[in-house]
Design a protein around this ligand. Sequence first.
Ligand SMILES: Cc1cc2nc3c(=O)[nH]c(=O)nc-3n(C[C@H](O)[C@H](O)[C@H](O)COP(=O)(O)OP(=O)(O)OC[C@H]3O[C@@H](n4cnc5c(N)ncnc54)[C@H](O)[C@@H]3O)c2cc1C
Length: 403
Amino acid sequence: MTQPTVEADIAILGAGIVGAACAYHLTRRGLKVALVDRAMPTAGTSGACDGYVSISSKKPGLVMAMAAESKRLYPEVVADIGRDVDYRPCGGLLIVEDPASLDELEERAAGVRSYGFDMDYLDRPGMLALEPNLAPDLHGAFRCPGEAIVSPYLMTLGQVARAVDRGAATLWEADPTGFEMAGDRIVAVDTTRGRVRAEQFVFAAGVWSAALGAMVGLDLPVIPRRGELVVTARAPGIATHYLMSANYLLAKADPDAVARSTDPLVRLGHGFCMEVNAQGQCIIGSTRAFVGFDRSTTPDGVAAIVHEAVRRLPALAGVAMLRAFGGLRPYVPDKLPIIGRSGRIANLLVATGHEGDGICLSVVTGEMIADLATGRSPRLDIAALTPDRFPPLDRQAQAVAAA
Ligand SMILES: Cc1cc2nc3c(=O)[nH]c(=O)nc-3n(C[C@H](O)[C@H](O)[C@H](O)COP(=O)(O)OP(=O)(O)OC[C@H]3O[C@@H](n4cnc5c(N)ncnc54)[C@H](O)[C@@H]3O)c2cc1C
């Protein structure tokens, strides 16, 4: 039987939270969108992660500026989605264990404040007054009242649903098999569910972006960086803020220091973080490791997560652990996401490589892609994020990817 052809103004390949946000914003601008996933929404990282909508976990610079814009946009987008996505402005506490890290954290706090968000240091009594279940030997914490959490799963599905309300076509289990090109433009993509013709295309395939890019000769060096998480039984009242320790920031920002360390905990890329979801369960993380596309959990990783969590929050010792899972962060070696129009394929936009920040940054990313697709300037200068910063792939790599 002949497969149908879908016609659209713009086709998005990848329906994780980033592709979903692109679909949401593009349909809001009135474009006819086709959202294509080789599996389905939330099949990838957006279905296996935490939901911090956080600015204090970002390094000062462009990524922090994007987080600020995303956080400002989030409440309005959530309201417009019109479905429950478990968005809660619960505030965050960044725990300080080692006073030696205070200067660096103060610098980060100054960055956060410069975007209009509060981040103030609390000494130990101040910290314990806010979160009495924290261990009394912790040094103190930065209170970040503007921080929020969301269900990544519901936020992805909610944006897809809102895009469908506005006329988006969806193709699930539609694996791209090839592209029809005309000069430097993509005319259509052939998938296992039929052909999609569009004026413009967006690649938003998360950790699978390198393979997708290679199909059209683009190097999108996105590498999977696994993170493990533990989910507990309900623990009502155990914490009201989301909690994150300063060692989480080190594990995130400096993979070389992690690799060089002789401390087994640091080598796991461990950094403590915990949120309480809408059901009252604790989601506790996490580790960071480059292990290819292996999403499995490890005894060492899970043991470290549990042990380090109980050390900081002793009351957790009495709470049952339900399960553990792993997800793959889309990591780019220069530590910046890849967002922008390709200079090599004129009608292609790319939105990928958000590492551990994609839930937060997806909203502003979707808006930026909608700006670029409709000829407007994004609200921030994102020249540094261009997909053209990587050299073109050679023909041989292209042939291997296509085989
Ligand atoms: C343990 C962990 C904790 C995290 N915590 C947070 C957090 O608290 N806050 C935060 O902001 N971020 C967090 N992140 C990061 C965040 O989850 C990711 O950055 C984000 O989910 C990436 O979304 P994405 O849409 O780019 O990728 P994905 O969600 O992986 O979506 C990509 C989609 O593309 C599809 N696809 C693949 N290949 C093709 C193809 N060839 N054609 C069509 N479709 C294709 C896949 O099926 C998939 O559905 C965390 C990540 C992990 C692993």
